[in-house]
Design a binder for this molecule. Structure first.
Ligand SMILES: [Zn+2]
Length: 386
């Protein structure tokens, strides 16, 4: 049966999907519907357009249609087409096989979530495989010849004859924003299936990881350095001596002082450095270090600028010569900081031995940055990721 599309039924199904799974509502309503007699059932393209067969809508009950909506939006949220283009050479040539692997990745979660997908769906168990894997893994495990529905270029990444090639719809940047928004909503709920939660964790954590790492490194360094200060370098006051056995005021943790040495030797662009510095300032605020406790030094082979700053915007970067950040670290130590953070591309000599009273953290910028000596805490900083 063909004929015109029953939009009311189709959109009622989408509405139902969004009501039942509110964390998917933004993504579901970002999809544009395109009627097509050529698409086998429903399929999406890279611009979040969903091509819909009127015959499929006519023969499918609303609860099943709602489940198919969620299936289609899952292809887009999980960036299946982007991931398909990054498959190792030779493994993604058969787009039907890729599509089946992707459907396995999605449908085990949807079935576990009690969504009534159509009876001819594929699942991992259709091929004797276990649930919970990503499609790249299913692609390796599936039998040689598999073929199933065609979910469109929004899934397997290969253009289909029914798809539009105009640039409308959702852009890549918008798509990424929708993904992150959905992932955040998902994580704030207790009732979401495991596969969705893993997806959200991976999406959000792979990109904020370095900030957490840096915050952890600064906290640890401050705890270590303030411990050393408390016990080794501060004498109890006379008053506290009189109150021996109570609590010695000198054992209170001091507000940490932090110095940041910025490598301005020319191999890094100023916007990149400014972005990295802004990020570090944000991390310091999170761990409770105010701007007035922070000194920033710009350094190449010599120290160019030193200032106590209140915000990263106050910092001027200068320099552009050779690199020896040991000079910058030595200068930074004059303010007796608990922690020195060095932002660098890593191509610099480092001090020979651990510093006595100060922890050194290297914020390494760029994928090529070499590792510093083992006693330095290294964090790979990528200011382009947010
Ligand atoms: Zn699919």
């Amino acid at each position: 049966m063909s004929g015109t599309l029953d939009r009311t039924k189709l959109l009622a199904a989408r509405y139902r999907a969004a009501i039942d799974r509110p964390y998917l509502a933004t993504a579901l309503f970002s999809i544009t519907v395109v009627e097509s007699a050529r698409v086998p059932t429903m399929g999406v393209d890279r611009r979040w357009r969903c091509y819909v067969s009127p015959a499929f809508v006519a023969r499918t009950p609303v609860p099943e249609l709602a489940a198919v909506w969620i299936h289609e939006v899952a292809h887009l949220l999980r960036d299946h087409h982007g991931r398909a283009t990054r498959l190792p050479p030779g493994t993604g040539d058969d787009h039907y096989r890729v599509n089946v692997a992707q459907d396995c990745e999605i449908n085990d979660d949807l079935v576990a979530d009690r969504l009534p997908l159509p009876a001819d769906r594929v699942e991992p168990r259709t091929y004797g495989l276990r649930a919970g894997l990503v499609f790249e893994k299913y692609l390796q495990l599936l039998p040689k010849e598999v073929r199933s529905v065609d979910c469109g270029s929004g899934a397997h990444g290969v253009d289909r004859p029914w798809e539009h090639d105009d640039p409308g719809g959702v852009s890549d940047v918008e798509a990424e924003a929708i993904r992150r928004d959905t992932a955040r909503q998902l994580r704030s709920r207790g009732d979401v299936p495991g596969g969705w939660r893993r997806w959200a964790d991976q999406l959000l954590e792979s990109k904020v990881d370095w900030r957490r790492q840096l915050a952890g490194a600064v906290r640890e360094a401050v705890a270590w350095a303030s411990g050393a200060v408390d016990y080794a370098y501060q004498r109890p006051s006379r008053r506290s001596a009189a109150l021996r056995g109570v609590i010695l005021p000198s054992l209170r943790r001091p507000v940490p002082r932090v110095a940041i040495v910025v490598d301005t030797s020319g191999s890094m662009g100023e916007p990149e450095l400014a972005a990295a510095l802004a990020e570090v300032a944000a991390v310091l605020r999170v761990v409770g270090v105010g701007g007035n406790r922070t000194t920033v030094l710009a350094c190449d082979a010599a120290v160019q600028v030193t200032r106590s700053v209140y915000s990263a915007a106050d910092v001027q970067l200068a320099g552009g010569g050779g690199t020896d950040l040991r000079v910058g670290v030595a200068e930074a130590l004059r303010s007796r900081p608990h922690v020195v953070i060095v932002l660098t591309d890593g191509f610099t000599p480092w001090p020979d031995a651990p510093l006595e009273r100060t922890r050194l953290i290297a914020g390494l910028i760029g994928a090529q940055a070499p590792e510093p000596p083992g006693w330095i805490t290294a964090v790979r900083v990528d200011p382009t990721l947010q």
